[in-house]
Design a protein around this ligand. Structure first.
Ligand code: SF4
Length: 159
């Protein structure tokens, strides 16, 4: 049987994005994979739709201090992001999960790129909170933008 793979729920069509929409990728949704879909922002108790939030610090510092993710009106909701990411990872506790496919650029799910905190669309290097925790736990994270890598993973059926 294929090993389970953690995935951002919005990639499978859940309308859990901050704007109430999804980021469906049909090839992922239609693949015969034992997906474990999570939305850390919903797990953290945030409503949908919700205000956009961006990092003011690195994921590691945010995880250490519990501060540093501001929304568009300046409220720091790092707590909810951290709680939601931890609850998301609890869903795979006791299972062997080697890979995660996570939505690019998100403050929760982004891999190697996040918005710079100025709400102007500029990107900087960095990982989302769930991504950082997953990587710290030894899970290999693939960005939703890296189609070559996740197609290769689907072809291998996650052996
Ligand atoms: S990117 Fe992550 S946190 Fe954002 S909607 Fe998708 S699953 Fe939820």
């Amino acid at each position: 049987m294929c090993q389970p793979v953690l995935i951002s729920a919005c990639l499978l069509g859940d309308n859990c994005r901050y704007d109430g929409c999804n980021s469906l990728i049909s090839q992922l949704k239609n693949a015969s994979i034992n997906w474990i879909p999570v939305c850390p922002e919903i797990e953290g108790g945030m409503p949908t739709p919700r205000l956009k939030s961006e990092f003011q610090d690195t994921a590691s510092n945010i995880l250490n201090t519990g501060k540093g993710i501001l929304n568009e009106v300046g409220e720091d909701n790092a707590d909810a992001f951290i709680t939601g990411a931890k609850k998301s990872l609890q869903k795979i506790s006791g299972q062997t999960v080697k890979y995660a496919i996570l939505k690019s650029k998100s403050p929760s799910c982004g891999f190697e790129q996040v918005y710079d905190g100025s709400f102007s669309g500029k990107l900087i290097q960095g990982n989302g909170i769930l991504t950082q925790l997953a990587m710290d736990a030894g899970i290999k994270v693939i960005s939703s933008d890296d189609t070559e890598k996740w197609f290769e993973l689907l072809d291998r059926k996650i052996k």
